[in-house]
Design a protein around this ligand. Structure first.
Ligand SMILES: [Fe+2]
Ligand SMILES: [Fe+2]
Length: 142
């Protein structure tokens, strides 16, 4: 019955580097939610620390790619990243306070928020920068 993590076609952008990082991000949030739900605070604490550091690094890398590409929606994208990081910090704080019951719904929200960000905003950048073909385009083109 164990599900490693939630992943679906919408999250798969077609860019190997970004997809690999998104896989890990989603896996960490899924693992965090499960650890909180199962009452494993020590595991949850380790995961939330990993998630925080990894997400900062991923976002910084993505923003650098956007800067290099002269992406015109960089500022809006950066604000979405800031909101996700604030969300993670809030979970971290709740966990630190021992408020595990409050942290669970926050982690569930984080998972859906992060998935939406990847499927919509990260995809928009990947398509606009030519890293991946637009959705619906044939995969055989160059
Ligand atoms: Fe992003
Ligand atoms: Fe991303």
């Amino acid at each position: 019955m164990e599900e490693s993590h939630v992943w679906n076609e919408r999250l798969q952008l077609g860019d190997d580097d970004l997809d690999r990082e998104h896989h890990l991000q989603i896996a960490l949030v899924t693992g965090l939610t499960e650890a909180l739900e199962r009452g494993r605070p020590l595991v949850a604490r380790r995961i939330v620390e990993q998630l925080s550091g990894y997400t900062k690094a991923h976002f910084a890398g993505e923003e650098l790619l956007m800067e290099l590409a002269g992406y015109r929606h960089l500022e809006a994208h950066r604000q979405e990243h800031q909101a996700i990081l604030a969300h993670i910090e809030e979970i971290r704080y709740l966990h630190h306070q021992g408020e595990y019951d409050l942290a669970v719904p926050m982690a569930v929200d984080l998972l859906s928020g992060l998935a939406s960000h990847i499927a919509a905003s990260d995809r928009r950048f990947a398509e606009a920068s030519g890293r991946v073909p637009p959705i619906g385009a044939t995969a055989t083109g160059s």
